[in-house]
Design a protein around this ligand. Structure first.
Ligand code: BGC
Ligand code: CA
Length: 259
């Protein structure tokens, strides 16, 4: 009756050892069974699937880098386009601003009188002179009835965006003298820069063959006549040199304003 008990090892050290061994084996077996239920192959670095996963991850990383780089390039291009557009817009606005400023400067005269250059053509260009100025060819002329020195007269013209009249042709002189007072003398934009070096205020060349000096002039009377007036003498309008500080009327000239 005791044998089965002994065989099972409940009461002998040998039997107990075997029992423990069996129990341990059973535990291993159980664990192996459990392990078989789960797939731990991925955890094994030496398994054949591990390197594949590593390659996939590297490819993904490369793809991501490429995507990031492409996005960066696209962003740069967009920024470049945006910057170019902004720059062009800014340049156009600035040009427009300068044009408007130039027109505003020209239009410091409150009123303009304009004519169409070619009335028959559908020409959009209007040529204008400030009110009270006289148009002739491509210029406008203003007769100042105030008397002043040559420098003051030039300053006055300059403040109106003009300069003292420059005469380069008989037609131009005839046009303006028709409207002048024959009892008065008017400063024009010609003066002596020294040693009889005649200079026009607009820097155009002084051409001796296109001058209208009165016979015997310029005589530099008393050696102090360095400015020029146009005056009516002996039934003729012509030029005389006088001292620059003499108070005289004057004629201003400016280019026509085209709109
Ligand atoms: C003027 C000169 C001029 C002379 C002859 C003088 O009174 O000061 O500029 O040349 O007359 O007309
Ligand atoms: Ca003189």
């Amino acid at each position: 009756c005791l044998r089965p008990v002994l065989k099972k090892g409940w009461h002998t050290s040998e039997g107990r050892g075997r029992f423990l061994h069996n129990t341990f084996s059973e535990n291993i077996y159980t664990n192996k069974s459990l392990m078989n239920k789960f797939d731990f192959s991925d955890m094994d670095a030496d398994s054949p699937r591990a390197p594949q996963k590593k390659t996939m991850s590297h490819e993904s990383c490369q793809k991501f880098s490429k995507l990031l780089f492409t996005s960066f390039i696209i962003l740069l291009l967009l920024l470049k386009i945006l910057f170019s557009v902004a720059l062009i817009t800014l340049f156009q606005k600035h040009s427009q601003f300068l044009d408007e400023k130039a027109i505003t400067k020209e239009l410091n005269h409150t009123e303009l009188e304009c004519t169409k250059q070619h009335p028959l053509l559908k020409d959009k260009v209007w040529s204008c002179c400030p009110k009270h100025w006289k148009p002739f060819s491509s210029h406008c002329y203003f007769i100042s009835t105030d008397s002043a020195s040559w420098s003051e007269s030039e300053e006055k013209c300059s403040s109106m965006g003009a300069h003292l009249m420059v005469i380069h042709s008989q037609e131009e002189q005839d046009f303006i003298t028709k409207t002048l007072d024959s009892q008065a003398a008017y400063y024009i934009g010609l003066s002596d820069a020294g040693h009889r070096q005649w200079r026009w205020v607009d820097q155009t060349p002084y051409n001796e063959s296109a001058t209208f000096w009165h016979p015997g002039e310029p005589n530099n009377d008393k050696n102090n006549e360095e400015c020029v007036v146009i005056r009516h003498l002996s039934s003729k309008w012509d030029w005389n040199d006088i001292p620059c500080n003499c108070m005289r009327k004057s004629v201003c000239q400016m280019k026509k304003i085209y709109l």
